[in-house]
Design a protein around this ligand. Sequence first.
Ligand code: ADP
Ligand code: MG
Length: 704
Amino acid sequence: MGHHTSQSADLNTPLSSLRGVGPKLCEKLTRLGLHTVEDLLYTLPHRYEDRRHFSTINQLKPGEPGQFRGKILNADEVPIGRGRQKLFEVVVGDDTGQMLLKWFHYRRDWMKKNYTPGRIVQVYGEVRFYSGRREILHPEIDFNDATDSASLRILPVYPLTEGLSQKQLRNFCQQAVADYADSVPTHLPEWVMKKRDLLPLNQALLHCHCPPVDSDFLCLQQGQDPARRTLVYDEFFYLQLGLTLRRQGVQVEQGRAFTLEHRYTQPLAKALPFSLTAAQKRVLGEIKQDMLAPHPMNRLIQGDVGSGKTIVALMAALIAVENGAQAAVLAPTEILAEQHYNQFHHWMTQLGLHCALLTGSTPKSERQTLLDGLAHGEIKLLVGTHAILQPDVTFADLGLVIIDEQHRFGVQQRHQLRKKGHNPDTLVMTATPIPRTLSLTLYGDLAMSVIDELPPGRTPITTRIARSSQRPQLLDFVRRELDKGHQVYFVYPLVEESERSELKAATEAFEALEKELGSEYSGGLLHGRLHPRDKEAVMDKFKQGQIHYLVATTVIEVGIDVPNASAMVIEHAERFGLAQLHQLRGRVGRGAAKSYCVLVPSEQCSHDGQQRLNIMQSSNDGFVIAEADLELRGPGEFLGTRQAGIENFRVANLLRDASLLEQAREDALQLIEQDDFLTSPQYYAVRETLKQRWGSRLELASVG
Ligand code: ADP
Ligand code: MG
């Protein structure tokens, strides 16, 4: 365990103490977020240059960096074209040929003095072809004419850092490594280091900044070298250890052991017009196991659009209700809350159970009655937005908390709702599939269930991209669908921030479409500004087939279930996130008919946007789409929100290092199985390091 140096240097030493770092440079470094020696140690190169070999001039290939030695044959300033500007040219030769070197920025006197014919130089740079000649622009030159073996090495290249030269950064990092790397202790269990082939951290830092000459260069370049892997692993290990402890910490809390009464669940199962899929049954089984156990459930259900999460959540709610408890469903938006409420309400009233909706727009008069009903336990299930977190919302006996689309809520809000009961069970549902790498970090403290199967009878949706120039064909296609007796959605994104312009855009689009399609077909307009009553009226008409096509802003993202709708046209499609597009598309393909989704990009759609639409065209699998979206946009943008523990990795890269994350998770679990609160002396340092890295985020009495 550990490599403690007796007199270790302080890693918090400010950077001003390095040689060559004056106040001005210090300011620049601060702006880059570098304050201490430790910050600098963990600023890793993003690539390397192989300077271990010399080539001969004839071996150098255009487009590749190379290094050679030669004699200066000629050096002079020459005019550029016919203008007054000049550049500096040097011709260097060896036994095999000649190479032209060019500088556009230089100090004339210095160049003239140093570049003298006959002198031997070492040159590094990338060769290019220009007007039939091979040349190197702004090469790096070394005037050491003796072959110095110390100069033959692998050089680190640091991410571009404004106002600092590569040379300066290299110099500072070398100093930091030389004087401080040995003060970085390694607090990974011995068996983990052996199993994963890890280096002590001090050595890992040294090798990252100054790779040994015999390193495998390709490995280094791809970030797969043992040194970098060690640093990434170390970061992941402590993350996973913290998450595992948090997950376990909830488990050791006293919770409530429900029993299966079947009083409502069985009648519901009978009333459903379908039987649950194997995946729904499996996930429900996992939930039951948690709910019957005497500790609080903390589980995440992931499933693609339409995989049937709601029914599973309803079943869980009924188990709680059968035991005399209440359930609460928290949704991120009013529309989502309403949609959930409709579904829950539909089934619960059939079972003779009382269910209510509470949002910011619930009238005051209704609100009070509702709060009384909740406090007295008559209302068995409450669905709502943030409004249900308010302090005066109290439950007689809250036994189950269901949170939809949790990544829009913080851990804090999860906690706030749970506090309204006595360690209630918690079920988190995400409508957006989340790639495993992200869910392991974001939801690492939750047990996970995946509904990886769609109910039978769904026909896959065909997705196509249509340019606006193909409008006539698009309209022909829409008419054909309508003539078959099917219905069609037209979706417009919220173009501007303000609701008024959204309304205007939607209205204009609707009127234009009415003209284009003609009076044979009738359409309806649905937007966020409509009164709920009118909204419902339009939706009802569409459901009953009185309206053939529906023009809508994103209000139909969730909830509308019209099996007769066979096509969806999404305008300005690239303005939606992939997850949202996938959600939207899930509104069709619910009946027996072949279904279509047509994506219409804006005229000024970027290359990136185009690429994202291509993904939609090539896959119907929410998980595949999510992976691709993550790769294109990176974790931060993918989530749309800044999440603690996601963006602030010091060295790890979630996409590149996914396999290390899995390994770290496995090992953290194994460690906790051995010693569930890290109390044995051999893990003292691990425990201390964990506390130090997690700080207050590890709110656990057990790791105090
Ligand atoms: P999700 O919330 O996962 O998007 P829902 O629970 O809203 O999915 O279900 C989508 C639709 O599929 C609903 O109309 C629901 O009634 C129906 N459904 C759910 N489970 C099944 C099943 N096992 N067989 C057939 N239809 C189902
Ligand atoms: Mg749903």
